[in-house]
Design a protein around this ligand. Structure first.
Ligand SMILES: C[S@@+](CC[C@H](N)C(=O)[O-])C[C@H]1O[C@@H](n2cnc3c(N)ncnc32)[C@H](O)[C@@H]1O
Length: 211
């Protein structure tokens, strides 16, 4: 309980949920995330988990797909989960307040997704191992990050947010996934129309891990 009260990540995002920043993140992240997700066929019935779902915008989108049977979003911020529940569009969606490290869930997923969330675990290995366990054999983890050391414009974020963030290079992200047991690929999704130079030149790094 005491630990939870002191959790700076949770406190930060509880505030962001109230101040409208979850919608700003949705706007900022959606261009590259949707470009990436639109390239996934989702051609068989599937279950989906979003780790660090924020206001639930990805879960809402995915739940609209015909083959989606269940889309779950977890977030350690209670206010983010309240926000996600208030925006809920379908019975396929489920939002739970949980920290990925301690979350207990019986079912396994076909796809797990996470955007700009994993590096709040510093180091990220414990969360990544948990995600691996939560995937069915052959299941895939799509992990999006704008925060990676090759993308120099973002490397000051830890200082800016006053939070210990786990900064790694593209090569290190890939190696970390492989050490957990994933077959791993990476993809940089750029946004040529964005006014930010780094979005045009580096974009969002997706690490695609297959169990
Ligand atoms: C930068 S926000 C991104 C939110 C959302 N994915 C988006 O793109 O709009 C990071 C989110 O991850 C959540 N988060 C951070 N660490 C977490 C953990 N260990 N377990 C669950 N959620 C976590 C935060 O509470 C926050 O809502």
């Amino acid at each position: 309980m005491f630990e939870d009260q002191m959790d700076k990540v949770r406190i930060t995002f509880d505030e962001w949920a109230i101040s409208g920043r979850s919608e700003l993140m949705e706007k900022e992240h959606s261009k590259t995330v949707l470009k990436f997700l639109n390239s996934v066929p989702f051609d068989k019935p599937f279950s989906f988990l979003d780790v660090g779902c924020g206001n639930g915008w990805v879960v809402r989108k995915i739940a609209q797909l015909k083959n989606c049977k269940k889309a779950v979003g977890i977030d350690k911020s209670k206010n983010m989960i309240t926000k996600a529940n208030s925006k809920k569009k379908s019975l396929k969606e489920l939002y739970l307040k949980a920290d990925i490290q301690s979350w207990k869930f019986r079912n396994k997923f076909d796809y797990i997704f996470s955007m700009e969330s994993l590096y709040y675990l510093s180091p990220m290995e414990s969360g990544l191992k948990k995600i691996y366990r939560l995937l069915k054999p052959g299941g895939q983890f799509f992990c999006g990050t704008d925060f990676y050391s090759d993308n120099k414009a973002t490397t000051h974020w830890s200082e800016m947010m006053k939070l210990p963030l786990d900064l790694r290079s593209k090569k290190q992200w890939k190696k970390t996934f492989e050490e957990i047991g994933f077959k791993t690929k990476t993809k940089q999704v750029k946004d040529p129309s964005n006014r930010k130079k780094w979005k045009q030149e580096f974009g969002t790094l997706f690490i695609i891990g297959t169990k």
